[in-house]
Design a protein around this ligand. Structure first.
Ligand SMILES: *Cc1c(COP(=O)(O)O)cnc(C)c1O
Length: 235
């Protein structure tokens, strides 16, 4: 097996190239697409190698794992993203560590983030997670619910809404994934048009290792990539 540091740097270079190709193929600039490196398959030492190779935005799907890695990597200049479900009782310790929460999926969670952010004395950036595939096992607001939540964001003054996030449906492979990404973009465009000035839904977090090229074609601004970064190292 090759040196993990070399392998991770190669994986990262390949993914950046694939992001650039996907962006160019749909007339977009690669600079419009940010990579969130999901480190849930790696320990802190491997995550550190990814940072040495040039990643600055790291993501975790479990709050406790994010706390743990953020502490282990506290000497590094990182922006942490929480991409998975956040339980309300984990909001307070999580907020000081994260630059963006991708996975806000209920009114009660919004209210708790608003309270905890007020306590911290700062606003917190979030995306609303939308279950566009309608799969019952998935977290997220339905498209109808999210339209309602967006009109009520003024109820949560400490929460700064930045856009929407989705996980593609598991059934149906890439064809279904592309349809789900297109639905999220269409929903965002529609919500943006009917939102009051000052509400920005600029960010679209969609696409993972197996389908980020499709997500970029459909307008992703944040791609959440885990396993492809650690191929040959942590699998
Ligand atoms: C694990 C995870 C990812 C990354 O998935 P890969 O297929 O390994 O790239 C992205 N988003 C969320 C919410 C995840 O839990």
């Amino acid at each position: 097996m090759s040196d993990p540091a070399v392998r991770i740097a190669e994986n990262l270079a390949r993914i950046h190239q694939q992001i650039a190709q996907a962006a160019a193929a749909s007339g977009r600039s690669a600079a419009e697409v940010r990579l969130v490196a999901v480190t849930k398959y790696a320990d802190a030492a491997l995550a550190r190698r990814l940072v040495a190779a040039g990643c600055r935005e790291l993501g975790e799907s479990r709050p406790q794992e994010l706390w743990h890695k953020a502490a282990e990597l506290a000497d590094l200049p990182l922006a942490w993203h929480l991409v998975g479900h956040l339980q309300r009782n984990k909001v307070r310790p999580t907020l000081p560590l994260v630059s963006l929460i991708h996975s806000v999926d209920s009114d009660r969670l919004l209210a708790e983030i608003d309270r905890a952010a007020a306590h911290l004395g700062r606003r917190v950036r979030v995306l609303l997670e939308v279950n566009v595939s309608g799969e019952p096992a998935k977290h997220g607001f339905s498209p109808v619910e999210v339209a309602d939540v967006v009109t009520r964001m003024a109820d949560y003054p400490q929460v700064e809404l930045r856009g929407l996030m989705t996980m593609a449906g598991l059934a149906g492979g890439r064809t279904t994934a592309r349809r789900d990404f297109a639905r999220l973009r269409t929903l965002r465009d529609w919500l943006q048009r009917r939102s009051p000035p000052g509400v920005s839904l600029a960010e679209l977090s969609m696409g993972m290792s197996g389908d980020f090229d499709l997500a970029i074609a459909e307008g992703a601004t944040l791609v959440r990539i885990g396993s492809a970064l650690f191929e040959g190292v942590a699998d």
